[in-house]
Design a protein around this ligand. Sequence first.
Ligand code: NAP
Length: 293
Amino acid sequence: MANKGTLLVTGASGHLGQQVLESLLKKSDGKNKIIATSRDKNKLKSFTDRGVDTRSADFGDAASLDQAFAGADRLLIISTDAIGSRLAQHKNAIDAAVKAGVKHLVYTSWINPDRSPALVAADHIATEKLIEKSGLTYTILRNSFYTDNLLGALPHAIQSGTLAGAQGGGRQAYVTREDCARAAAGALLSEDYTNAIYDITGPRAVSYPELAKILSEISGKEIKSLDLPASDYKGALVGSGLPEPVAELFLSFDLSVKQGSVAGVSTAVKDLSGQAPQDIKDFLIANKKSFLS
Ligand SMILES: NC(=O)c1ccc[n+]([C@@H]2O[C@H](COP(=O)([O-])OP(=O)(O)OC[C@H]3O[C@@H](n4cnc5c(N)ncnc54)[C@H](OP(=O)(O)O)[C@@H]3O)[C@@H](O)[C@H]2O)c1
């Protein structure tokens, strides 16, 4: 059931936040007041110009949130990027939402956070539990690995002819950030998804050997997948210039693939947004300029 309430998106200057706002502006059709918050409100000027009520909000500054959240009925908490230290930030946001009289929370989580070895999982499962205990109704969106994340690693894979990882042949149901945004907008706009948890995935799960085949077709060059022991893969990432904590984070995503916890495919994107999620191959073809020289 659609609602006419006031919808608030936090982290609205981020990649996902901007896309959620675009989807809301398109779908709400003026029926909902829309509030967008960011640590830097100046970054939201283009949305202010389009009638969005833009406000400053920093989850690290609890006092800033009372005013920022005032008047919101349904509020999307976009998880912050402070991996490992964001639970306190998320708690501030949840507490402020309760205080401000928000009725429904939507939160961007991670697939199977209760058993995932991904280093992002602990903050997410702890935040989910805080939301469940908040007394507010909620929709948890467990976003799979963004297909968009692949783009950074692909130029090297194409150039070297090798797609290296430590996924052990496991599959991952990549989802585009735009599909995550559309699903989040759907969860804000409709009251049909109350006290529910969804895996937000693409339409199929793909292994590295399968991805290498897709890349070979797109690039016209043979790309092979190479599965490495975890320590070798981490060493290769550090050797390529990544700081050790970032290498450990990347490795932990591969280990979640190996574990099999990111292979499930759901219909949630279509259910929440009304639009089928984009296939990984279609996304890569549409963005091939970013990784083919
Ligand atoms: N599933 C995946 O593959 C995947 C990949 C990357 C990230 N993520 C998660 O999904 C979130 C959104 O992704 P994205 O691509 O939009 O990332 P992004 O562009 O890096 O955005 C980071 C987000 O964190 C917000 N943020 C950081 N510190 C904050 C604070 N103190 N208070 C309030 N908000 C704060 C930012 O809001 P403002 O700058 O507007 O304040 C922004 O929305 C990320 O933050 C991360 O938790 C998931």
